[in-house]
Design a binder for this molecule. Structure first.
Ligand SMILES: Nc1ncnc2c1ncn2[C@@H]1O[C@H](COP(=O)(O)OP(=O)(O)OP(=O)(O)O)[C@@H](O)[C@H]1O
Ligand SMILES: [Mg+2]
Length: 234
């Protein structure tokens, strides 16, 4: 498996706050990689910087060895797509309208992409005319994932998809993420829910106040006493 996405030495500050310090990461073709860390570790900062939505002090991002463009819509067109923290669906628009927005950056949207999303999440198909604000939290998360898939990404980036959801819904959504990955989409996920993220991913990076403190195979991290004590609640 070759490297698909490579982030080198990324640093981001907000005034005096150094939110990310020289963080580097790789994601192989068809791999699932997680970044775990507590509140304020810099996870969203990292994702937003990769997507060109937050300015970096330093850092380079390569997709297939080529530097990513800077503007977010061009980044999406290149093959990255973000499911943002807190889902950010357009509540007054219908499910269909939200999904169509996900395809905006493409020069040639394909109607089959919508069918693909509905095959992954049949509940979205059943509710296609419903305003997104009337969906349950879990359905809104499915919509946010579906919207991101509408640009046909090679890399799907997910910022805390488990946030505020019941354990059973989290399990469903993570099972769907595995299926999306099996269909060829590489996944980069950041989570406070370390256990779920480590169970889903092959490799993981641990961020603490903007610094990388550990990285390795997710299975090994699940068994690591330090990780257990700090992130897995025993
Ligand atoms: N726009 C901003 N202006 C100033 N400081 C910010 C801004 N965004 C984030 N920060 C700070 O940067 C640090 C990292 O925040 P970030 O949102 O990246 O963390 P996170 O790991 O995503 O946390 P959480 O798990 O709570 O979502 C925090 O100390 C936060 O207060
Ligand atoms: Mg965050």
């Amino acid at each position: 498996m070759g490297t698909l996405l490579e982030v080198k030495n990324m640093s981001v500050s907000y005034g005096a706050i150094r939110a990310l310090r020289g963080f580097s990461l790789t994601l192989d073709e068809r791999e699932i990689v997680a970044v775990i860390g507590a509140n304020g570790a810099g996870k969203s900062t990292f994702m937003n910087a990769v997507m060109g939505m937050t300015a970096c002090e330093s850092g380079d991002v390569f997709l297939d060895g080529a530097a990513l463009p800077r503007e977010s819509w061009r980044i999406v067109r290149s093959g990255l797509s973000l499911v943002p923290e807190g889902r950010k669906v357009f509540t007054t628009l219908t499910v269909l309208e939200n999904l169509r927005i996900g395809a905006f950056p493409l020069s040639k949207p394909d109607p089959r992409d919508m069918d693909w999303v509905f095959s992954l999440f049949p509940r979205l198909g059943e509710r296609r005319e419903q305003p997104a604000g009337t969906l349950s939290g879990g359905e809104q998360q499915m919509l946010a994932i579906g919207r991101a898939l509408m640009s046909r990404p090679r890399v799907l980036l997910l910022d805390e998809p488990s946030l505020g959801l019941a354990p059973i819904i989290i399990r469903d959504i993570f099972a769907e993420l595995r299926r999306i990955n099996e269909e060829g989409v590489s996944i980069l996920i950041v989570e406070q829910n370390a256990r779920q993220a480590l169970l889903l991913s092959r490799r993981a990076y641990v961020l603490q106040t903007g610094c990388l403190v550990k990285e390795g195979d997710s299975k090994a991290l699940l068994a690591d006493p330090e990780i257990k004590a700090a992130y897995l609640g025993h």
